[in-house]
Design a protein around this ligand. Structure first.
Ligand SMILES: Cc1cc2nc3c(=O)[nH]c(=O)nc-3n(C[C@H](O)[C@H](O)[C@H](O)COP(=O)(O)OP(=O)(O)OC[C@H]3O[C@@H](n4cnc5c(N)ncnc54)[C@H](O)[C@@H]3O)c2cc1C
Length: 417
């Protein structure tokens, strides 16, 4: 069923009885050409592009919970292409272009709202770093505008510009930066993949990976064994555990990241704003809630909830930047599991096992990468060659030390990526 204004109108006239489930709920078949482990944003987009761009049919996505229950439905929905280093910048630029056509491509409204992302700077040194970043973005073909203090104050009058510790000097505006409806992205890709014949199998946890003579032959699951010619691991915070099933030890630590939403307020914050002197970022959702977050919780964990000291630290950062936020009530908070790499950049690569591929290490920036990662991972699985925008995301860079993409130059200190 294609969605359109006419469809909504005619369904409205006929009692809305013609809507169909958005995807099927099939039982697993004994064998597929390709099995994708993980029904998050990256797994679903991979399956979608495998079917759409490469014309492949016999594909299953195995999800241990329900579609959208992982990080894809838990993030603060910021989409941006403001990366600095070659390797990262062309990838996120490509992903942003896919975002810009995504609702039309999927025939599903992902509610992309290009309201602009503003990164604040608070010292001369930080301004210089942001000027370099802005120039790199423009050279890559993306957009960046340097705002001085007066220009910024006209746009964001409610910030505390003269805070004694963290005075605001200006900001780098990325006008095409956006937010999107996170569940909508998962549902849109799920529907698009299902329409092209992909089996989306929920409540199906992979418990083992079968390897014979150095070649993958299938997976063991809570719904039985499934044979497969190729297997892709795309399980975000669970990457270390699932890779271990194939005898791999990944350069990944899993950490909790929390998000917060306030009560619904009248429109107050028009952009996405990120504080330059601490990890704090905020936007306002279409429903009026202020959506914000901060740093990792800083201990390795698989819990999807966070601790109180980090909540306090995020609230303090919010009050420092915009004291008016103190009047808003926080309604909800939750956590997600982040797959942190030592250089803060992701991995999309083959593994040492023939037919086994891995896509992981998105740290806390993988929502914006959902279209680009799916496109690149599908290309790798289908052709055996890396996608032109993802050549640098190699697994062996952590062993050889060559090709490390440390965007912030902070080494393996995860909170600074
Ligand atoms: C609080 C928070 C805020 C964030 N904010 C942003 C942001 O503003 N912008 C941004 O770009 N990124 C952000 N991120 C990061 C982003 O959400 C993640 O990097 C991205 O969603 C990870 O990829 P995914 O969607 O495929 O992960 P997931 O949705 O977690 O998908 C992985 C799936 O694998 C499944 N799985 C795990 N093990 C198995 C198994 N054994 N068998 C079968 N299935 C399995 C899981 O159930 C899960 O559904 C944020 C994350 C969090 C938690």
């Amino acid at each position: 069923m294609r969605y359109s204004a006419l469809k909504v109108f005619t369904q409205g006239l006929t009692g809305n009885k013609g809507w169909r489930p958005v995807w099927r709920n099939p039982d697993p078949k004994p064998e597929y050409d390709i099995v994708i482990i993980g029904g998050g944003g990256h797994g679903l987009s991979t399956a979608y592009y495998l079917a759409k761009k490469h014309g492949l049919k016999n594909i299953a996505v195995l999800e241990k919970g329900y579609i959208g229950g992982g990080n894809v439905g838990r993030n603060t929905t910021i989409v941006r292409a403001n990366y600095f280093l070659p390797g990262n910048s062309e990838f996120y630029s490509h992903s942003m272009k896919l975002w810009e056509g995504l609702s039309q491509d999927l025939n599903f409204n992902v509610m992309l709202s290009q309201r602009g992302v503003i990164s604040l700077f608070h010292s001369d040194g930080q301004r210089d770093a942001f000027v370099r970043r802005g120039n790199a973005m423009i050279n890559q073909g993306d957009d960046a505008v340097l705002l001085d203090r007066d220009g910024l104050q006209k746009m964001l009058p409610y910030l505390d510009y003269d805070n004694g510790r963290f005075p605001i000097y200006g900001g780098l505006l990325h006008p095409r930066g956006a937010t999107a409806r996170h569940d909508g992205v998962a549902w849109g890709y799920a529907r698009g993949a299902d329409q092209r014949g992909v089996d989306l199998i929920q409540n199906c946890e992979v418990t083992g990976i079968d390897i014979v003579g150095g070649k993958v032959t299938g997976v063991q699951t809570t719904r039985g064994a499934i044979r497969a010619k190729k297997v892709g691991i795309v399980v975000a915070g669970r990457s270390g555990q699932v890779a271990e099933m194939a005898g791999m030890r990944l350069p990944i630590e899993s950490h909790v990241l929390q998000a917060f939403v306030s009560e619904g307020l009248k429109p107050a914050i028009d952009h996405v704003i990120s504080f330059g002197m601490g990890h704090f970022y905020i936007s306002q959702s279409d429903k009026g809630g202020l959506v914000f977050g901060g740093d990792l919780d800083f201990y390795a964990s698989y819990a999807q909830r966070g601790n109180l000291p980090r909540k306090e630290q995020v609230m303090e950062a919010a009050m420092t930047l915009m004291p008016m936020i103190g009047k808003a009530k926080v309604l909800r908070s939750w956590g997600g599991i982040m797959d942190m790499t030592p250089d803060g950049s992701p991995i999309i690569d083959k593994t040492g096992t023939d037919g086994l591929f891995i896509d992981c290490g998105w740290c806390y920036g993988g929502f914006k990468a959902v279209p680009g990662s799916g496109d690149a991972f599908a290309h790798l699985i289908a052709t055996g060659q890396p996608h032109e925008t993802a050549r640098g995301f190699r697994l062996d860079r952590f062993r050889t030390g060559q090709g490390i993409m440390d965007e912030e130059g902070t080494g393996s200190q995860h909170n600074l990526h």
